[in-house]
Design a protein. Structure first.
Length: 370
């Protein structure tokens, strides 16, 4: 049972300013002593832990005492492209997979330097880097402290999924109590009360908060242009967009999160096929299935109008998601005119390629599918 009994002492030299504070506020001395004690009874198997409490209650001190060098507060990034700061023994494919696994699946943003990323992107970039270091356990200090709370919630949900999928151990250290229901930790230590608690994951899953998704169709060309300008730089393939397409945006808990569009499939004989043209989810909202929900909603809408709906993509993340879904069937892969890719994704050799290998999926969920 890991335990701690930590005494922190501070006794600054009695400078003019120190003496002024002591005298002005009638302090007993310039010595400051803090005492933190408690114990952890970690479960035999766990993936996600949470140390939470108000500022000044010893979160960082306790985390460093228990987890030592596994506590990550800040990485150093020195290259023009943050990909070059990732561990040298990792392949480009491994780095891309790690970034995607934590919900940072925007290849255009992967070419940026770390300092120009959004706070949400930085948070996921750091987590991917920690996972690539192949540590058995890693602990993040000040978790979600610099991001919008909605982004913190979405990011926490995406991160716990990635950690559990990789069967790693991750400890979040934060003063924000609101992340707990999204992280669904296996255990929590509250530094306000110095109490340790083991939580049941299945119970948390049943009670986890929902992401409220609302979808709207863009009516005018001006609306399409304005919204596409928000999303264009995050599209993995091209920033071009056909303004004749039917376009839709979605919000997640009231914030703009995703974009998709639909074009009529031009064919000399087949007249009843629509194809999904562009689908983009903003980086702060990736990793929790918003793009999948958006495309399924659109596909269902056109199926109700007696159209068939197809989606052609070279995105490994989208291919993986659609292969797992019972609502889509893969009818073509690579450069073949016919065939089925089933569940085998070994043919996807690169995340980005000018000579792309694609998969074509057709929606089979039906217009009455929930």
């Amino acid at each position: 049972m890991p335990s701690f009994d930590i005494i922190k002492r501070s006794e600054p030299a009695r400078t003019f300013r120190v003496a002024s504070i002591v005298d002005t506020y009638d302090l007993q001395s310039n010595k400051v002593t803090e005492h933190f004690s408690g114990s952890f009874e970690l479960p035999e198997e766990w993936n996600v832990g949470l140390i939470v409490g108000r500022s000044g209650t010893g979160k960082t001190t306790i985390a460093r005492h228990l987890f030592g060098d596994n506590v990550i507060s800040q990485y150093e990034y020195t290259h023009e492209c943050f990909m070059d700061d990732m561990p040298k023994d990792c392949s480009v494919k491994e780095i891309c997979e790690a970034l995607c696994s934590v919900g940072f699946a925007s290849p255009p943003s992967w070419l940026k330097s770390y300092d120009v990323l959004s706070n949400g992107e930085k948070m996921r970039c750091d987590l991917a880097r920690a996972m690539l270091e192949k540590r058995e356990l890693f602990c993040f200090d000040e978790f979600t402290s610099v991001v919008d709370r909605n982004v913190a919630h979405i990011g926490s949900l995406a991160m716990q999924k990635a950690i559990r999928r990789k069967n790693r151990k991750f400890v979040a250290v934060t003063c924000h109590y609101d992340v707990q229901e999204w992280l669904m930790p296996d255990w929590v230590f509250n530094t306000d009360t110095m109490q340790f608690q083991v939580l049941d994951l299945e119970t948390q899953k049943k009670n986890k908060p929902t992401i409220n998704i609302d979808i709207y169709q863009l009516k005018s060309t001006e609306e399409k242009k304005r919204c596409w300008n928000i999303f264009r730089k995050y599209h993995y393939l091209s920033d071009s967009f056909n303004m004749t397409a039917d376009a839709y945006i979605c919000t997640a808990n009231g914030e703009i999160a995703g974009f998709t569009s639909v074009l009529h499939f031009m064919h000399p004989r087949v007249k009843d096929i629509k194809r999904i043209h562009r689908t983009v989810v903003l980086p702060d909202y990736q990793g929790v299935g918003i793009g999948t929900q958006l495309n399924e909603w659109v596909a269902k809408k056109y199926t109700k109008k007696s159209f068939r709906v197809r989606n052609v993509t070279s995105s490994p993340q989208m291919i993986t998601a659609m292969n797992k879904s019972k609502k889509w069937e893969c009818i073509r892969k690579g450069r073949l005119r016919t065939g089925s890719c089933g569940k085998d994704l070994k043919h996807i050799k690169r995340t980005i390629s000018s000579n792309r290998i694609t998969c074509t999926f057709e929606y089979i969920g039906g217009c009455n599918d929930g």
